[in-house]
Ligand binder design. Structure first.
Ligand code: UD1
Length: 391
């Protein structure tokens, strides 16, 4: 055990404690917002530090989320930026270690499945600092997906694992994780959604801001599209086929396409920009959280390869077609509005036609997606820290 580990051990039963919370990329921000708020209510016994790894750095992917979600400014920004998976992960690790040496936290809390999640969990665990993972146990069973590797390895290193749906526990038990470490608390993303829904920005306002108020004059409604998975956007043929399918859809239902930086650069690299110049397809830059909420809430349909959007559309009751061959969030299919259609145009168009016939899934809101997940997490962490069993 490191010197650091022994510090944690000896102080474990005697509050005060401190937790270092980590965010790195866009999907982390909406998960961390309610957790930070709930942890702050524990009181002066617990100090919370926020570390931003800087994995996402563009203002459009970043600052506006902190502001809209009311997340406190990070105490530390590691400013790692982009790179290969190895470089990005290694750089986060290298820069995160001194932060732990300086702050000596009782635990490190990570969310989700991005490279920053894995990197910070690994640094903490190797230093003998307990790791808390929020959104544990999700599995796509597709090890070609970088996030799946991040999920499996982070969970293996975690001391306290909070799950969003009941399937998470089964997956973790199968991988040998002790039942006593797992707690089903619900979905913190839905805490954020419920909290912010009254302030969602309506689509009319978004179109006005984009200088394109006439886009929805047809009364048909619209679909929202997001794409960024390497498996969809990094290969020219796959991306072209997907975009051709979207053009077929847009001829029947206008499509608002919010462009992730990775996707924008791939479209340009593969020379596909011209095919997107059609009146029924509106390209927008990455949207803020309240804008995205408004876009989804008003949509007839959402097409996506994001994980979080599958959950948000289920909570909103809006049909979702997932442009991936699998999902690590099966409850969105079993109980929610999600249809996994993969990359095959025939399957995507069949699912689209169902929605247009009014036969899209209505779904219901899953258990514990009730806006209280972060409160359950904070309560569990408080008990866990006070129990003195943190190492
Ligand atoms: C990452 C996460 C993914 C998450 C997604 C949400 C991993 C393995 N992947 O993927 O799980 O769903 O974020 O967005 O961690 N870029 C910018 N500006 C930015 C950020 C990225 O221009 O602020 C560009 C860079 O060219 C970069 C590319 O996007 O190389 C990819 O960024 P990166 O963070 O490596 O992965 P994402 O595809 O965003």
């Amino acid at each position: 055990m490191t010197a650091h580990g022994s510090v944690v051990k000896s102080s474990a039963a005697n509050l005060p404690h401190s937790i270092v919370c980590v965010v790195g990329a866009r999907p982390n921000f909406m998960k961390m917002a309610p957790i930070m708020a709930a942890l702050s209510k524990i009181g002066s016994k617990l100090t919370v530090h926020l570390v931003h790894t800087g994995q996402h750095y563009d203002a459009a992917m970043n600052h506006q989320y902190f502001e809209a979600l009311g997340i406190p400014q990070p105490d530390v920004n590691l400013e790692v930026g982009s790179g290969s998976h190895a470089i990005q992960t290694a750089e986060v690790m290298r820069r995160f270690e001194p932060v732990l040496d300086e702050r000596l936290p009782s635990a490190v809390l990570v969310v989700g499945d991005v490279n920053s999640t894995l990197a910070c969990a690994l640094v903490a665990k190797k230093k003998g600092i307990p790791v808390i993972h929020v959104e544990a146990g999700l599995r796509s069973f597709d090890r070609a997906m970088p996030e799946e590797i991040n999920r499996v390895l982070t969970d293996q290193m975690s001391d306290l694992l909070f799950t969003t749906e009941r399937s998470g526990r089964e997956n973790l038990l199968r991988e040998g994780i002790a039942d006593t470490r797992i707690q089903f608390v619900g979905n913190v993303m839905i805490d954020t959604l419920r909290h912010n829904l009254p302030n969602a920005i309506p689509v009319t306002q978004i179109l006005k801001n984009a200088g394109n108020e006439a886009f929805l004059n047809n009364q048909l409604g619209y679909a929202v599209l997001t794409l960024h998975r390497p498996s969809n956007v990094d290969d020219a043929d796959t991306l072209r086929t997907l975009l051709e399918t979207i053009l077929i859809i847009s001829a029947k239902l206008p499509v608002i396409f919010t462009l992730h930086p990775r996707t924008r650069s791939m479209i340009e690299k593969f020379g596909l920009s011209a095919m997107l110049e059609t009146p029924n397809l509106l390209l927008l830059p990455p949207q803020g959280y309240l804008e995205m909420l408004g876009l989804m809430q008003g949509a007839r349909l959402v097409l996506t390869d994001s994980g979080g959007i599958q959950e948000e559309t289920t909570a909103l009751g809006v049909p979702c077609i997932t442009l991936r061959n699998n999902t690590e969030r099966p409850i969105t299919v079993d109980e929610g509005t999600n249809t996994v259609a993969g990359q095959d145009p025939a399957r995507i168009l069949a699912a689209f036609k169902e929605v247009m016939r009014g036969e899209g899934k209505a779904g219901r809101v899953p258990e514990y997606w009730d806006g209280q997940a972060s409160t359950r997490i904070a309560a569990a962490i408080s008990v866990w820290l006070e129990s003195g069993q943190v190492v």
